[in-house]
Design a protein around this ligand. Structure first.
Ligand SMILES: Cc1cc2nc3c(=O)[nH]c(=O)nc-3n(C[C@H](O)[C@H](O)[C@H](O)COP(=O)(O)OP(=O)(O)OC[C@H]3O[C@@H](n4cnc5c(N)ncnc54)[C@H](O)[C@@H]3O)c2cc1C
Length: 477
């Protein structure tokens, strides 16, 4: 049986950063076990088929550096010089079914005030029960309707819904009003044009080639983590291979750690079972589903100088549980204009549940037609053409049905514990030798983000390097 000092489970950004920092810290006897046949996890770039420029890619996972003032991945990309980045905070247009261009002065003050209200009411009264974001917005309107214009009520709340749903990837009638807008952001967002895979590879390539060839195993799905013995931890894979190690770092997405159906292929057997401080917070671990739909056209029929089109609805709640009766205009959407970004006739639409689940679940030959039925009326409203053409190709995200993701990233639904408690439980780990990294194990604005994963890998590598230093000191005494 192969014994390693450290085994890292998962070859996404968190796992690779853990392995890299351990390597650079002098611990090279490590192994990364990755279930998929590729590295990168929720970082997944596909080539644009609408441009001769091979650098143009679409990201089905992360595409922005968030928190540009405190994002090491962004800083390292600038140093490397091989990432095409773009501050996409230029011209934007809000539109709805009835209006093609809604001036922001008509409602933006309400958007800001409502965000402040959602923080303020829970700070002022921490025992106020958690309600959905939709309910809190109704409460706000009820309280202040005499001080708000009709536009502020209508468009302000529709924009609250849009921002919340397309940041969190979930319907606003499910999102926790208490925690939805938590985690202050540290700076602007920066779009990656040539694929987040470039950012990922910049980290990966810092590991020597021999390490990448010999110490990273693809198609290696961990099924059992046995820490019964005080001398070693035993890891078993789906092919019944066994490894032992002194430390294990699990970067398995938390969505998979909540699985308790023994027949699910991604169920992880913990021996002994997970301790109470972790199992007790599992009901608060929720993954949402931010989705993306890439629409490639022959020509550009929308304004080329606009970076983003914000489609807002009239605030009618989406019927969250019913992803079968999806209709256009039911869900807010953000459309990213690749013409402005990269000179191609492509729009990328962001979606949230239940729309993401609907699109990702479509099967059969009429799939593209059904997707186009949702977006055609919206895109008609951003064009001056009488009849817009259908896209020639459509791509979309896979995450709901991807067995190693089960959604996009963490979210907070009504009634969840404080997200910091979930983070703390995982950061505590087990017996100082079973450790957890992953973008959902960091607190604050980096939670659920690629740079959060990077921070978590740095943290866990440091933890283990410290433990090993202590072991060495103790053995000399
Ligand atoms: C649609 C979408 C949009 C996003 N947008 C942004 C954005 O703009 N900016 C941003 O910063 N972040 C964004 N994110 C989040 C970002 O992609 C993730 O936070 C980050 O990639 C997670 O990295 P990770 O290493 O923690 O997890 P993962 O990338 O999920 O890596 C975990 C790895 O573990 C593997 N694994 C799982 N189970 C097992 C097992 N049993 N055995 C072995 N291996 C296993 C998986 O295959 C995977 O490779 C987005 C995510 C999605 C899905």
């Amino acid at each position: 049986m192969t014994h390693k000092k450290v085994i890292v489970i998962g070859g996404g950004i968190s796992g690779i950063k853990t392995a890299l920092d351990l390597y650079n810290g002098g611990v090279q006897d490590t192994l990364v076990l990755e279930a998929r046949d590729r590295l990168g996890g929720r970082l997944l770039s596909i080539q644009s088929t609408n441009s001769n420029d091979k650098r143009i890619k679409y990201d089905l996972g992360a595409s922005w550096f968030h928190d540009a003032l405190n994002n090491p991945l962004f800083e390292r990309s600038i140093e490397k010089g091989n990432v095409d980045y773009y501050y996409d905070d230029g011209k934007c247009i809000y539109f709805s079914k009835d209006e093609k261009d809604i001036s922001t002065w008509r409602f933006s003050a309400t958007l800001d005030e409502f965000m402040a209200y959602s923080q303020f009411v829970y700070k002022q009264n921490p025992s106020k029960p958690d309600i959905s974001l939709k309910e809190l917005s109704e409460e706000y309107v009820q309280k202040y309707k005499d001080r708000l214009t009709q536009d502020q009520i209508k468009y302000g709340l529709a924009s609250v819904r849009m921002w919340a749903e397309l940041w969190q990837g979930e319907s606003w009638d499910k999102l926790s009003a208490k925690y939805c807008f938590g985690g202050d952001h540290l700076g602007r967002n920066v779009y990656v044009k040539n694929g987040y895979v470039t950012v990922f590879n910049n980290e990966l390539d810092e590991l020597p080639q021999s390490y990448r060839e010999n110490n990273i195993k693809l198609n290696t799905h961990v099924t059992t983590i046995d820490y019964t013995s005080s001398k070693y931890i035993e890891i078993t894979t789906s092919r019944n291979e066994k490894y032992t190690c002194d430390y294990v770092v699990s970067t398995i997405p938390q969505s998979l750690l909540t699985i308790n159906d023994l027949n699910d292929p991604c169920y992880i057997k913990w021996i002994p079972s997970l301790p109470r401080h972790i199992s007790s917070i599992m009901p608060s671990v929720k993954f949402s589903s931010l989705g993306k739909v890439v629409l490639e056209f022959d020509s550009t029929f929308w304004p080329t100088d606009v970076e983003r089109f914000y489609c807002i609805t009239d605030g009618v709640p989406s019927s969250s549980s019913d992803s079968k009766s999806i209709k256009p205009w039911q869900y807010p959407t953000i459309l990213i204009n690749y013409h402005k970004l990269a000179g191609t006739s492509t729009l990328v639409a962001l979606t949230q549940n239940p729309l993401s689940a609907y699109i990702e679940g479509l099967l059969g030959g009429d799939k593209d037609t059904k997707i186009w039925e949702i977006f055609q009326p919206l895109l008609q409203n951003i064009s001056s053409l009488t009849n817009i053409p259908a896209p020639k190709r459509i791509y979309h995200t896979p995450w709901n049905n991807d067995k190693y993701a089960r959604g996009s990233y963490s979210t907070t639904l009504v009634g969840c514990d404080d997200p910091s408690e979930v983070v703390n439980a995982f950061v505590e780990g087990i017996e100082d030798r079973v450790r957890f990294a992953g973008s959902e194990t960091v607190d604050g604005s980096a939670n659920g983000c690629a740079h959060g994963g990077w921070f978590s890998g740095e943290r866990e590598a440091n933890f283990i390097l410290n433990m090993i230093r202590k072991e060495r000191v103790a053995s000399k005494l």
